[in-house]
Design a protein around this ligand. Structure first.
Ligand code: SF4
Length: 379
């Protein structure tokens, strides 16, 4: 029996479409009869969860993301109640994502009464002009109202997403975004740099102005400094939390512990600790198809691939890769795989002396570090 499996559920619907988004999601307005669609979606997800959990005796974490789970409206009730019936245990962490325009009182009440432990709110910015430039729905007043609800229903148990580098955002706006959000005392903040998806309207516009890219980095660094000054620890490249409030679910991804994905475009990875090999299943990114049946792409993962992925994911976190799990799966300590890179980065003061992890400052150079890690492994 598989003992431990986390669950990720991808809700493939949003109220609109943001200019920078590359997640799989369809605006609800493009379906006729969305009420029926969302009901059928919930039935399909629950059927998949039921069959996935047949061989599982413990679900440590569950994350309902997307897309925008809060657009499920009344259908969130059967989804959460159904999960409650199917799960073999009460998860240690149960997160639901929401966007302010659909995170009303009923949404929070429904989460609260169905054992959700954590809500993640997509704020991104509180500057109206920047919101409009990337088609974020809802206005600043509605975002503030949803933050207020989050604080009331999930005190010290909600997370906020912010983006650095949006059009029209400058240092004063970045500062104001962080300060306004922190006034609601979230337990956790994810601060992302704006990522421009090639070929999008937004990308073409931003690339016209070469200075934008330096600006994105500067704004992110400013946001990071403000969060750290306020007592939030950067425990991963884009994630900050108060002590003890790190996302357990995401930590499991970074440690490459097993999880299953349900819903269009969701993927899950399961690794056999005995052989160090695994399998990745990705549900086809097609919401209409999903309502009829679940079709998945299958990828077999050999040991070398998983060693690289484990290092790639593990070094993102301030704790570094899970060394005991790595040793168990691959029968090699990390230190013997990349001794040269570790020594060089220790000399620069960017790698911990007593742990297999980058220092806080070293994390800022993660990409360069990983390039050297892979060169050493391949060389
Ligand atoms: S709300 Fe999130 S998932 Fe939906 S379009 Fe915007 S960025 Fe993408």
């Amino acid at each position: 029996m598989e003992c431990c499996l986390s669950l990720y559920i991808h809700v493939p619907f949003c109220a609109g479409r943001c200019g920078y988004c590359d997640f799989y999601s369809t605006p609800v307005g493009s379906f006729s009869g969305f009420r029926e669609i969302r009901e059928r979606f919930v039935e399909r997800v629950l059927a998949d969860v039921r069959s996935e959990l047949e061989k599982v005796d413990f679900v440590p974490t569950i994350y309902v993301g997307g897309g925008t789970p809060s657009v499920l409206g009344e259908s969130l009730v059967p989804l959460l109640e159904g999960l409650g019936r199917l799960l073999p245990n009460e998860p240690l962490e149960f997160t639901v994502e929401a966007n302010p325009e659909s995170a009303d009182e009923i949404f929070f009440r429904t989460c609260r009464s169905n054992n959700v432990t954590r809500v993640s709110l997509g704020v991104q910015t509180l500057f109206e002009k920047s919101r409009k430039a990337v088609n974020r729905l809802g206005n600043v007043a509605s975002v503030l109202e949803s933050l207020d609800r989050a604080e009331r229903f999930f005190p010290h148990a909600f997370s906020v997403d912010l983006i650095a580098g949006l059009p029209f955002q400058d240092a004063a706006i970045m500062r104001s975004d962080v300060e306004q959000v922190l006034a609601f005392e979230p337990a956790h903040v994810s601060l992302y740099s704006l990522t421009l998806t090639e070929g999008t309207h937004l990308e073409k516009n931003m690339r016209k102005n070469a200075a934008s890219f330096q600006k994105i980095d500067d704004l992110w660094l400013l946001g990071k400094d403000l969060l750290e000054q306020a007592g939030y620890t950067a425990y991963e490249v884009s994630n900050f939390s108060l002590k003890g409030k790190e996302s357990l679910h995401n930590k499991r991804y970074w440690s490459m512990e097993n999880w299953a994905g349900m819903g269009p475009s969701a993927s899950g990875t399961m690794i056999d600790d005995e052989t160090g090999t695994g399998i990745r299943l990705t549900v086809k990114s097609d919401a209409t198809l999903y309502l009829k049946k679940t079709e998945q792409d299958v990828e077999y993962l050999d040991k070398d691939t998983l060693i690289k992925e484990s290092l790639f994911m593990g070094f993102r976190s301030l704790d570094g890769p899970d060394e005991a799990l790595f040793l168990k799966r691959f029968r090699k300590p990390i230190t013997t795989l990349i001794p040269r890179t570790i020594a060089m980065w220790q000399d620069k003061g960017l790698f911990e002396q007593n742990r297999t992890a980058l220092t806080k400052e070293g994390l800022l150079f993660l990409n360069r570090f990983l390039a050297e890690v892979f060169e050493e492994i391949s060389g």
